[in-house]
Design a protein around this ligand. Structure first.
Ligand SMILES: Cc1cc2nc3c(=O)[nH]c(=O)nc-3n(C[C@H](O)[C@H](O)[C@H](O)COP(=O)(O)OP(=O)(O)OC[C@H]3O[C@@H](n4cnc5c(N)ncnc54)[C@H](O)[C@@H]3O)c2cc1C
Length: 468
Protein backbone atom coordinates (compact mmCIF):
# COMPACT_ATOMS: atom_id res chain seq x y z
CA UNK A 1 0.00 0.00 0.00
CA UNK A 2 1.12 3.49 -0.77
CA UNK A 3 -0.01 6.84 0.52
CA UNK A 4 -3.56 6.29 -0.67
CA UNK A 5 -3.98 3.56 1.90
CA UNK A 6 -4.84 5.96 4.69
CA UNK A 7 -8.35 6.34 3.46
CA UNK A 8 -9.18 3.89 0.77
CA UNK A 9 -8.08 0.36 0.98
CA UNK A 10 -7.80 -2.56 -1.33
CA UNK A 11 -10.84 -4.32 -0.08
CA UNK A 12 -13.35 -3.44 2.52
CA UNK A 13 -15.40 -6.30 3.87
CA UNK A 14 -18.47 -4.85 5.47
CA UNK A 15 -19.70 -7.13 8.16
CA UNK A 16 -22.95 -5.26 8.75
CA UNK A 17 -24.49 -2.33 6.94
CA UNK A 18 -22.26 0.46 8.22
CA UNK A 19 -24.91 2.68 9.75
CA UNK A 20 -25.20 5.38 10.76
CA UNK A 21 -22.57 7.39 8.99
CA UNK A 22 -22.06 10.81 10.38
CA UNK A 23 -19.09 12.54 8.86
CA UNK A 24 -16.60 12.51 6.07
CA UNK A 25 -13.65 10.20 6.31
CA UNK A 26 -13.45 6.52 7.04
CA UNK A 27 -11.08 6.67 10.03
CA UNK A 28 -13.13 9.41 11.73
CA UNK A 29 -16.36 7.58 11.06
CA UNK A 30 -15.05 4.46 12.66
CA UNK A 31 -14.09 6.28 15.83
CA UNK A 32 -17.24 8.35 16.17
CA UNK A 33 -19.87 5.79 15.35
CA UNK A 34 -18.02 2.53 15.82
CA UNK A 35 -19.35 1.41 12.49
CA UNK A 36 -18.95 -2.34 12.29
CA UNK A 37 -16.73 -2.70 9.32
CA UNK A 38 -13.95 -5.11 8.60
CA UNK A 39 -11.31 -3.71 6.32
CA UNK A 40 -8.61 -5.78 4.65
CA UNK A 41 -5.54 -4.21 3.11
CA UNK A 42 -3.58 -6.34 0.63
CA UNK A 43 0.03 -5.50 -0.17
CA UNK A 44 2.05 -7.67 -2.50
CA UNK A 45 5.37 -6.53 -1.00
CA UNK A 46 6.72 -7.32 2.48
CA UNK A 47 6.39 -3.64 3.46
CA UNK A 48 3.88 -0.86 2.93
CA UNK A 49 4.69 2.48 1.29
CA UNK A 50 4.67 1.60 -2.41
CA UNK A 51 6.34 4.44 -4.29
CA UNK A 52 7.33 5.95 -0.94
CA UNK A 53 10.35 3.85 -0.06
CA UNK A 54 13.84 4.18 1.35
CA UNK A 55 17.06 2.88 -0.09
CA UNK A 56 20.11 2.02 2.01
CA UNK A 57 23.33 3.18 0.40
CA UNK A 58 26.58 2.43 2.19
CA UNK A 59 24.94 2.58 5.60
CA UNK A 60 22.74 5.66 5.10
CA UNK A 61 19.07 5.70 4.17
CA UNK A 62 17.61 7.99 1.49
CA UNK A 63 14.22 8.48 -0.13
CA UNK A 64 14.15 6.31 -3.24
CA UNK A 65 10.75 7.34 -4.62
CA UNK A 66 8.36 10.14 -3.60
CA UNK A 67 10.61 12.45 -1.66
CA UNK A 68 9.41 16.03 -1.40
CA UNK A 69 6.16 17.54 -0.21
CA UNK A 70 4.82 21.05 -0.65
CA UNK A 71 3.99 23.30 2.33
CA UNK A 72 0.39 23.43 1.11
CA UNK A 73 -0.01 19.65 0.92
CA UNK A 74 -2.60 19.75 3.66
CA UNK A 75 -3.50 16.04 3.91
CA UNK A 76 0.07 14.86 4.25
CA UNK A 77 0.75 17.65 6.75
CA UNK A 78 -2.25 16.42 8.71
CA UNK A 79 -1.04 12.81 8.56
CA UNK A 80 2.31 13.77 10.07
CA UNK A 81 0.58 15.68 12.85
CA UNK A 82 -1.85 12.87 13.55
CA UNK A 83 0.95 10.32 13.64
CA UNK A 84 3.42 12.47 15.54
CA UNK A 85 5.97 12.23 12.74
CA UNK A 86 8.75 14.79 12.46
CA UNK A 87 9.04 16.91 9.33
CA UNK A 88 12.32 18.09 7.93
CA UNK A 89 12.59 20.91 5.46
CA UNK A 90 14.66 20.59 2.34
CA UNK A 91 18.22 21.91 2.50
CA UNK A 92 18.18 22.72 -1.23
CA UNK A 93 18.15 26.45 -0.57
CA UNK A 94 21.88 26.55 0.11
CA UNK A 95 22.86 24.14 -2.65
CA UNK A 96 23.92 25.29 -6.07
CA UNK A 97 22.70 23.99 -9.39
CA UNK A 98 23.78 23.96 -12.98
CA UNK A 99 22.17 23.23 -16.33
CA UNK A 100 24.11 20.76 -18.46
CA UNK A 101 23.47 20.49 -22.21
CA UNK A 102 25.57 17.38 -22.73
CA UNK A 103 28.66 19.42 -23.69
CA UNK A 104 28.85 22.27 -21.21
CA UNK A 105 27.09 24.01 -18.35
CA UNK A 106 24.97 26.70 -19.95
CA UNK A 107 24.10 28.12 -16.53
CA UNK A 108 25.43 27.70 -13.02
CA UNK A 109 24.48 29.30 -9.74
CA UNK A 110 27.00 30.43 -7.23
CA UNK A 111 28.18 27.81 -4.73
CA UNK A 112 27.03 29.04 -1.33
CA UNK A 113 28.39 27.87 2.01
CA UNK A 114 31.16 25.81 0.40
CA UNK A 115 33.12 28.88 -0.67
CA UNK A 116 32.80 30.55 2.70
CA UNK A 117 30.09 32.97 1.59
CA UNK A 118 27.23 33.28 4.03
CA UNK A 119 24.13 31.53 2.68
CA UNK A 120 22.07 34.73 2.56
CA UNK A 121 24.62 36.48 0.33
CA UNK A 122 24.96 33.56 -2.06
CA UNK A 123 21.17 33.17 -2.19
CA UNK A 124 20.90 36.87 -3.04
CA UNK A 125 23.54 36.61 -5.77
CA UNK A 126 21.89 33.48 -7.17
CA UNK A 127 18.50 35.13 -7.28
CA UNK A 128 20.08 37.98 -9.23
CA UNK A 129 21.81 35.54 -11.58
CA UNK A 130 18.55 33.69 -12.25
CA UNK A 131 16.66 36.95 -12.72
CA UNK A 132 19.35 38.24 -15.06
CA UNK A 133 18.99 35.17 -17.28
CA UNK A 134 15.21 34.72 -17.25
CA UNK A 135 13.88 38.19 -16.40
CA UNK A 136 10.25 38.93 -15.62
CA UNK A 137 9.18 35.63 -17.18
CA UNK A 138 9.99 34.14 -13.79
CA UNK A 139 7.22 36.21 -12.23
CA UNK A 140 4.79 34.99 -14.89
CA UNK A 141 5.81 31.42 -14.09
CA UNK A 142 5.20 32.03 -10.39
CA UNK A 143 1.81 33.54 -11.15
CA UNK A 144 0.87 30.54 -13.32
CA UNK A 145 1.80 28.14 -10.54
CA UNK A 146 0.13 30.04 -7.70
CA UNK A 147 -3.03 30.42 -9.78
CA UNK A 148 -3.27 26.65 -10.17
CA UNK A 149 -2.34 26.03 -6.55
CA UNK A 150 -5.16 28.30 -5.39
CA UNK A 151 -7.60 26.28 -7.47
CA UNK A 152 -6.24 23.00 -6.10
CA UNK A 153 -6.71 24.26 -2.54
CA UNK A 154 -10.45 24.19 -3.16
CA UNK A 155 -10.31 20.41 -2.63
CA UNK A 156 -9.77 21.10 1.07
CA UNK A 157 -12.87 23.29 1.39
CA UNK A 158 -15.67 21.90 3.56
CA UNK A 159 -18.14 22.68 0.80
CA UNK A 160 -16.43 20.47 -1.81
CA UNK A 161 -18.82 18.03 -3.44
CA UNK A 162 -18.27 14.31 -3.87
CA UNK A 163 -16.98 13.42 -7.31
CA UNK A 164 -17.63 10.32 -9.42
CA UNK A 165 -15.15 11.20 -12.13
CA UNK A 166 -11.80 12.91 -12.37
CA UNK A 167 -13.13 15.10 -15.19
CA UNK A 168 -15.89 16.39 -12.95
CA UNK A 169 -13.48 16.90 -10.05
CA UNK A 170 -11.11 18.92 -12.22
CA UNK A 171 -13.89 20.95 -13.82
CA UNK A 172 -15.26 21.91 -10.42
CA UNK A 173 -11.92 23.49 -9.44
CA UNK A 174 -11.39 25.03 -12.91
CA UNK A 175 -8.40 22.78 -13.47
CA UNK A 176 -9.69 20.59 -16.29
CA UNK A 177 -8.55 22.85 -19.12
CA UNK A 178 -4.95 22.52 -17.90
CA UNK A 179 -5.05 18.80 -18.66
CA UNK A 180 -6.15 19.45 -22.25
CA UNK A 181 -2.96 21.14 -23.46
CA UNK A 182 0.75 20.66 -23.12
CA UNK A 183 2.65 22.63 -20.53
CA UNK A 184 4.58 24.26 -23.35
CA UNK A 185 1.34 25.60 -24.87
CA UNK A 186 0.06 26.77 -21.50
CA UNK A 187 3.28 28.58 -20.62
CA UNK A 188 3.56 30.28 -24.01
CA UNK A 189 -0.02 31.50 -23.52
CA UNK A 190 0.95 32.73 -20.05
CA UNK A 191 3.69 34.84 -21.66
CA UNK A 192 6.82 32.94 -20.55
CA UNK A 193 9.92 33.39 -22.66
CA UNK A 194 11.13 30.52 -24.89
CA UNK A 195 14.41 30.54 -22.95
CA UNK A 196 12.74 29.98 -19.57
CA UNK A 197 10.60 27.18 -21.03
CA UNK A 198 13.40 25.38 -22.84
CA UNK A 199 15.85 25.73 -19.95
CA UNK A 200 14.66 26.05 -16.36
CA UNK A 201 11.14 24.64 -16.86
CA UNK A 202 12.51 21.75 -18.93
CA UNK A 203 15.09 20.98 -16.25
CA UNK A 204 12.35 20.85 -13.58
CA UNK A 205 10.13 18.56 -15.70
CA UNK A 206 13.02 16.20 -16.35
CA UNK A 207 13.81 16.01 -12.64
CA UNK A 208 10.28 15.69 -11.28
CA UNK A 209 8.52 13.64 -13.97
CA UNK A 210 11.39 12.44 -16.19
CA UNK A 211 9.53 14.06 -19.10
CA UNK A 212 9.66 17.41 -20.86
CA UNK A 213 7.46 20.43 -21.55
CA UNK A 214 5.18 18.25 -23.72
CA UNK A 215 3.77 17.00 -20.41
CA UNK A 216 0.17 18.09 -19.80
CA UNK A 217 -0.28 21.51 -18.21
CA UNK A 218 -1.61 20.49 -14.80
CA UNK A 219 1.05 17.85 -14.15
CA UNK A 220 3.59 20.41 -15.30
CA UNK A 221 2.33 23.04 -12.87
CA UNK A 222 2.39 20.52 -10.02
CA UNK A 223 5.94 19.68 -10.96
CA UNK A 224 6.85 23.38 -10.92
CA UNK A 225 5.38 23.59 -7.38
CA UNK A 226 7.92 20.92 -6.44
CA UNK A 227 10.75 23.30 -7.24
CA UNK A 228 9.70 26.07 -4.85
CA UNK A 229 10.83 26.84 -1.31
CA UNK A 230 9.89 25.31 2.06
CA UNK A 231 9.60 21.80 0.66
CA UNK A 232 9.57 19.09 3.28
CA UNK A 233 9.68 15.37 3.88
CA UNK A 234 9.12 13.05 6.81
CA UNK A 235 12.20 12.45 8.92
CA UNK A 236 13.06 8.76 8.64
CA UNK A 237 11.01 8.30 5.47
CA UNK A 238 7.72 9.31 3.90
CA UNK A 239 6.58 5.65 3.87
CA UNK A 240 5.87 6.07 7.59
CA UNK A 241 2.73 8.01 6.67
CA UNK A 242 1.23 4.90 5.02
CA UNK A 243 2.48 2.60 7.79
CA UNK A 244 1.20 4.90 10.55
CA UNK A 245 -2.22 5.41 9.00
CA UNK A 246 -2.68 1.67 8.58
CA UNK A 247 -1.69 1.17 12.23
CA UNK A 248 -4.18 3.79 13.39
CA UNK A 249 -7.06 2.49 11.32
CA UNK A 250 -8.56 -0.70 12.58
CA UNK A 251 -7.68 -2.84 9.57
CA UNK A 252 -6.27 -6.27 8.80
CA UNK A 253 -3.07 -5.77 6.87
CA UNK A 254 -2.01 -8.71 4.67
CA UNK A 255 1.62 -8.29 3.60
CA UNK A 256 3.11 -10.41 0.79
CA UNK A 257 -0.42 -10.87 -0.46
CA UNK A 258 -0.85 -10.17 -4.15
CA UNK A 259 -4.34 -9.71 -5.51
CA UNK A 260 -4.81 -11.84 -8.62
CA UNK A 261 -8.47 -11.29 -9.45
CA UNK A 262 -11.56 -9.37 -8.41
CA UNK A 263 -14.89 -10.87 -9.44
CA UNK A 264 -18.34 -9.52 -8.85
CA UNK A 265 -20.58 -12.36 -7.64
CA UNK A 266 -24.11 -11.10 -7.12
CA UNK A 267 -23.89 -8.23 -4.63
CA UNK A 268 -20.40 -9.17 -3.41
CA UNK A 269 -16.89 -9.22 -4.76
CA UNK A 270 -14.63 -12.20 -4.51
CA UNK A 271 -11.02 -11.09 -4.14
CA UNK A 272 -8.54 -13.86 -4.94
CA UNK A 273 -4.90 -13.67 -4.02
CA UNK A 274 -2.11 -15.38 -5.93
CA UNK A 275 -1.64 -17.82 -3.03
CA UNK A 276 -5.16 -19.11 -3.45
CA UNK A 277 -6.93 -17.29 -0.61
CA UNK A 278 -10.44 -15.95 -1.21
CA UNK A 279 -11.98 -12.90 0.48
CA UNK A 280 -15.62 -11.88 0.10
CA UNK A 281 -16.05 -8.12 0.11
CA UNK A 282 -18.84 -5.65 -0.42
CA UNK A 283 -16.60 -2.81 -1.44
CA UNK A 284 -13.27 -3.00 -3.27
CA UNK A 285 -10.90 -0.07 -3.70
CA UNK A 286 -8.00 -0.39 -6.09
CA UNK A 287 -5.17 1.81 -4.82
CA UNK A 288 -2.47 1.12 -7.38
CA UNK A 289 -2.11 2.08 -11.06
CA UNK A 290 -3.71 -0.70 -13.11
CA UNK A 291 -1.51 -0.10 -16.14
CA UNK A 292 1.20 -2.63 -15.35
CA UNK A 293 -0.38 -4.93 -12.77
CA UNK A 294 -1.89 -8.26 -13.73
CA UNK A 295 -5.25 -8.30 -11.99
CA UNK A 296 -8.18 -9.98 -13.72
CA UNK A 297 -11.56 -8.34 -13.39
CA UNK A 298 -14.79 -10.26 -13.83
CA UNK A 299 -16.76 -8.79 -15.47
CA UNK A 300 -14.10 -6.99 -17.49
CA UNK A 301 -13.58 -3.32 -16.81
CA UNK A 302 -12.74 -0.80 -19.44
CA UNK A 303 -10.36 2.09 -18.76
CA UNK A 304 -8.42 4.35 -21.14
CA UNK A 305 -5.02 3.02 -22.10
CA UNK A 306 -2.22 4.71 -20.18
CA UNK A 307 1.53 4.19 -20.28
CA UNK A 308 3.61 4.59 -17.17
CA UNK A 309 6.86 6.47 -17.43
CA UNK A 310 9.76 4.40 -16.08
CA UNK A 311 12.23 6.43 -14.08
CA UNK A 312 15.55 4.70 -13.47
CA UNK A 313 16.92 5.87 -10.16
CA UNK A 314 20.56 5.11 -9.56
CA UNK A 315 22.25 5.75 -6.22
CA UNK A 316 26.01 6.01 -6.11
CA UNK A 317 28.35 6.45 -3.17
CA UNK A 318 31.59 7.79 -4.57
CA UNK A 319 32.76 10.82 -6.50
CA UNK A 320 31.78 12.42 -9.80
CA UNK A 321 34.47 12.69 -12.43
CA UNK A 322 34.96 16.40 -13.25
CA UNK A 323 36.63 15.48 -16.56
CA UNK A 324 33.34 14.07 -17.87
CA UNK A 325 31.94 17.58 -17.42
CA UNK A 326 34.99 19.31 -18.94
CA UNK A 327 36.17 20.56 -15.53
CA UNK A 328 39.37 20.05 -13.62
CA UNK A 329 38.02 19.79 -10.09
CA UNK A 330 34.99 18.17 -8.49
CA UNK A 331 34.48 21.25 -6.35
CA UNK A 332 33.44 23.16 -9.50
CA UNK A 333 30.52 20.78 -10.01
CA UNK A 334 27.13 21.95 -8.76
CA UNK A 335 25.20 19.98 -6.11
CA UNK A 336 22.34 19.53 -8.55
CA UNK A 337 23.00 18.97 -12.24
CA UNK A 338 19.85 19.45 -14.31
CA UNK A 339 19.76 18.76 -18.04
CA UNK A 340 18.20 20.05 -21.20
CA UNK A 341 16.07 18.03 -23.61
CA UNK A 342 18.96 16.94 -25.82
CA UNK A 343 18.90 13.60 -27.69
CA UNK A 344 21.20 10.94 -26.24
CA UNK A 345 21.94 12.86 -23.04
CA UNK A 346 22.11 9.78 -20.83
CA UNK A 347 20.67 11.18 -17.59
CA UNK A 348 17.99 13.63 -16.50
CA UNK A 349 19.66 14.86 -13.33
CA UNK A 350 22.37 14.11 -10.79
CA UNK A 351 22.09 15.45 -7.26
CA UNK A 352 24.17 15.17 -4.13
CA UNK A 353 22.23 13.52 -1.32
CA UNK A 354 24.99 13.70 1.27
CA UNK A 355 28.42 15.24 1.32
CA UNK A 356 30.66 13.06 3.53
CA UNK A 357 33.97 14.65 2.54
CA UNK A 358 35.71 16.32 -0.38
CA UNK A 359 36.00 13.03 -2.25
CA UNK A 360 33.18 10.97 -0.82
CA UNK A 361 29.52 11.76 -1.53
CA UNK A 362 26.16 10.07 -2.03
CA UNK A 363 24.42 10.84 -5.32
CA UNK A 364 21.02 10.22 -6.88
CA UNK A 365 20.73 10.00 -10.66
CA UNK A 366 17.46 10.04 -12.59
CA UNK A 367 17.48 8.68 -16.12
CA UNK A 368 15.09 7.41 -18.77
CA UNK A 369 17.19 4.34 -19.46
CA UNK A 370 19.18 2.12 -17.11
CA UNK A 371 22.63 3.54 -16.31
CA UNK A 372 25.10 0.93 -17.54
CA UNK A 373 28.36 0.31 -15.67
CA UNK A 374 30.49 1.62 -18.56
CA UNK A 375 28.61 4.90 -18.52
CA UNK A 376 28.82 5.21 -14.73
CA UNK A 377 32.55 4.54 -14.97
CA UNK A 378 32.85 7.57 -17.24
CA UNK A 379 30.71 9.83 -15.07
CA UNK A 380 32.28 8.78 -11.75
CA UNK A 381 35.94 8.67 -10.86
CA UNK A 382 35.17 6.54 -7.81
CA UNK A 383 32.21 4.24 -7.09
CA UNK A 384 32.06 2.43 -3.76
CA UNK A 385 28.47 1.30 -4.05
CA UNK A 386 25.76 1.52 -6.71
CA UNK A 387 22.07 0.73 -6.37
CA UNK A 388 19.63 0.77 -9.28
CA UNK A 389 15.83 1.00 -9.08
CA UNK A 390 13.48 0.80 -12.05
CA UNK A 391 10.28 2.61 -11.03
CA UNK A 392 7.04 2.41 -12.96
CA UNK A 393 6.95 5.92 -11.67
CA UNK A 394 4.01 7.96 -12.95
CA UNK A 395 1.91 8.28 -16.10
CA UNK A 396 3.54 9.29 -19.33
CA UNK A 397 1.54 12.51 -19.61
CA UNK A 398 -0.12 13.22 -22.90
CA UNK A 399 -2.57 16.07 -23.39
CA UNK A 400 -5.50 15.95 -23.75
CA UNK A 401 -5.57 13.52 -20.82
CA UNK A 402 -8.23 10.82 -20.65
CA UNK A 403 -9.33 9.65 -17.23
CA UNK A 404 -10.67 6.37 -15.94
CA UNK A 405 -13.69 6.86 -13.64
CA UNK A 406 -13.33 6.63 -9.87
CA UNK A 407 -16.15 4.10 -9.92
CA UNK A 408 -15.09 1.31 -12.25
CA UNK A 409 -18.23 -0.74 -12.48
CA UNK A 410 -21.22 1.24 -11.24
CA UNK A 411 -21.39 -1.09 -8.23
CA UNK A 412 -18.72 -0.81 -5.51
CA UNK A 413 -15.39 -1.11 -7.31
CA UNK A 414 -13.37 2.09 -6.92
CA UNK A 415 -10.09 3.29 -8.43
CA UNK A 416 -7.98 5.92 -6.67
CA UNK A 417 -5.18 6.11 -9.22
CA UNK A 418 -7.52 7.35 -11.94
CA UNK A 419 -6.45 10.78 -10.69
CA UNK A 420 -2.80 10.22 -11.60
CA UNK A 421 -3.36 11.48 -15.16
CA UNK A 422 -4.02 14.89 -13.64
CA UNK A 423 -0.85 14.74 -11.53
CA UNK A 424 0.95 12.03 -9.60
CA UNK A 425 2.11 13.00 -6.13
CA UNK A 426 1.71 11.76 -2.58
CA UNK A 427 -0.78 14.56 -1.92
CA UNK A 428 -2.86 14.10 -5.08
CA UNK A 429 -3.19 10.39 -4.25
CA UNK A 430 -4.42 11.42 -0.80
CA UNK A 431 -6.91 13.94 -2.23
CA UNK A 432 -8.22 11.30 -4.63
CA UNK A 433 -8.40 8.68 -1.86
CA UNK A 434 -10.30 11.03 0.42
CA UNK A 435 -12.83 11.75 -2.33
CA UNK A 436 -13.31 8.02 -2.87
CA UNK A 437 -13.80 7.44 0.87
CA UNK A 438 -16.58 10.03 0.80
CA UNK A 439 -17.99 8.56 -2.41
CA UNK A 440 -18.20 5.12 -0.79
CA UNK A 441 -19.88 6.52 2.30
CA UNK A 442 -22.37 8.41 0.16
CA UNK A 443 -23.28 5.28 -1.78
CA UNK A 444 -23.61 2.83 1.06
CA UNK A 445 -27.15 2.25 2.26
CA UNK A 446 -28.23 5.09 4.53
CA UNK A 447 -25.04 7.07 3.94
CA UNK A 448 -25.49 10.58 5.30
CA UNK A 449 -23.32 11.93 2.49
CA UNK A 450 -25.80 10.69 -0.11
CA UNK A 451 -25.62 12.93 -3.16
CA UNK A 452 -28.71 13.96 -5.00
CA UNK A 453 -29.92 12.60 -8.33
CA UNK A 454 -29.53 16.03 -9.93
CA UNK A 455 -25.88 16.10 -8.89
CA UNK A 456 -25.40 12.67 -10.42
CA UNK A 457 -26.99 13.68 -13.71
CA UNK A 458 -24.48 16.52 -13.92
CA UNK A 459 -21.61 14.11 -13.87
CA UNK A 460 -21.44 13.58 -17.59
CA UNK A 461 -21.06 9.83 -17.17
CA UNK A 462 -24.69 9.06 -16.42
CA UNK A 463 -24.70 6.74 -19.42
CA UNK A 464 -21.83 4.74 -18.04
CA UNK A 465 -23.56 4.13 -14.72
CA UNK A 466 -27.29 4.35 -15.48
CA UNK A 467 -28.28 2.49 -12.34
CA UNK A 468 -27.15 5.40 -10.19
C1 LIG B 1 11.20 8.18 -8.41
C2 LIG B 1 9.93 8.85 -7.96
C3 LIG B 1 9.99 10.13 -7.45
C4 LIG B 1 8.82 10.75 -7.00
N1 LIG B 1 8.91 11.98 -6.42
C5 LIG B 1 7.84 12.50 -5.81
C6 LIG B 1 7.95 13.64 -4.98
O1 LIG B 1 9.05 14.16 -4.79
N2 LIG B 1 6.82 14.13 -4.40
C7 LIG B 1 5.60 13.52 -4.55
O2 LIG B 1 4.62 13.99 -3.95
N3 LIG B 1 5.46 12.41 -5.31
C8 LIG B 1 6.55 11.88 -5.93
N4 LIG B 1 6.43 10.73 -6.64
C9 LIG B 1 5.09 10.17 -6.89
C10 LIG B 1 4.52 9.52 -5.62
O3 LIG B 1 5.49 8.69 -5.04
C11 LIG B 1 3.29 8.70 -5.99
O4 LIG B 1 2.39 9.49 -6.73
C12 LIG B 1 2.54 8.21 -4.76
O5 LIG B 1 3.42 7.69 -3.80
C13 LIG B 1 1.54 7.17 -5.21
O6 LIG B 1 0.94 6.56 -4.08
P1 LIG B 1 -0.21 5.48 -4.25
O7 LIG B 1 -0.56 5.02 -2.89
O8 LIG B 1 -1.29 6.05 -5.10
O9 LIG B 1 0.45 4.31 -5.12
P2 LIG B 1 1.69 3.36 -4.78
O10 LIG B 1 2.63 4.05 -3.86
O11 LIG B 1 2.23 2.89 -6.09
O12 LIG B 1 1.06 2.16 -3.97
C14 LIG B 1 0.48 1.04 -4.62
C15 LIG B 1 0.72 -0.19 -3.74
O13 LIG B 1 -0.05 -1.27 -4.25
C16 LIG B 1 0.75 -2.44 -4.20
N5 LIG B 1 0.23 -3.37 -5.21
C17 LIG B 1 0.31 -3.27 -6.56
N6 LIG B 1 -0.29 -4.32 -7.15
C18 LIG B 1 -0.76 -5.10 -6.15
C19 LIG B 1 -1.48 -6.34 -6.13
N7 LIG B 1 -1.85 -6.98 -7.25
N8 LIG B 1 -1.79 -6.88 -4.92
C20 LIG B 1 -1.44 -6.24 -3.76
N9 LIG B 1 -0.75 -5.08 -3.73
C21 LIG B 1 -0.43 -4.52 -4.91
C22 LIG B 1 2.15 -1.95 -4.52
O14 LIG B 1 3.14 -2.87 -4.08
C23 LIG B 1 2.19 -0.64 -3.75
O15 LIG B 1 2.64 -0.81 -2.43
C24 LIG B 1 7.58 10.09 -7.10
C25 LIG B 1 7.52 8.79 -7.62
C26 LIG B 1 8.69 8.17 -8.04
C27 LIG B 1 8.63 6.76 -8.55
Amino acid sequence: MGIASGFALWAAELVDPPLPISSESIPKENKETETEMEIHVFEKNPTVGGRMAMVELAGDKFEAGGSILHPKNLHTLQYTELLGLKRKTSSDDDSDFGIWDGQKFIFKTFPGGKSGFPATISTFINNLLIFWRYGTSLLKMQEYVSNLLDRFLRYYEDSRPIFYTVDEMLKWADLHEYTRHTLQKELVAAGLSPRLISELVTVIMRINYGQNVDISGLAGAVSLCGSGGDLWSVEGGNWQMAAGLIDQANVSLHLNKEVASISLKGEQYEVNSTDGQVYDCEVVVVATPLDEVKISFIPLISIPERHLHHTYTTFVRGLLNPVYFGLSSTSSLPDLIGTLEVPDLPFSSISILKDYSRDDKAYKIFSRKPMADDLLNEIFSDRKETIRIDWAAYPHYQAPEKFAPFLLDGHHLYYINAFENAASTMETSSVSAENIARLILSRLPGGRLQISRSEISDLGNAKMHPEL
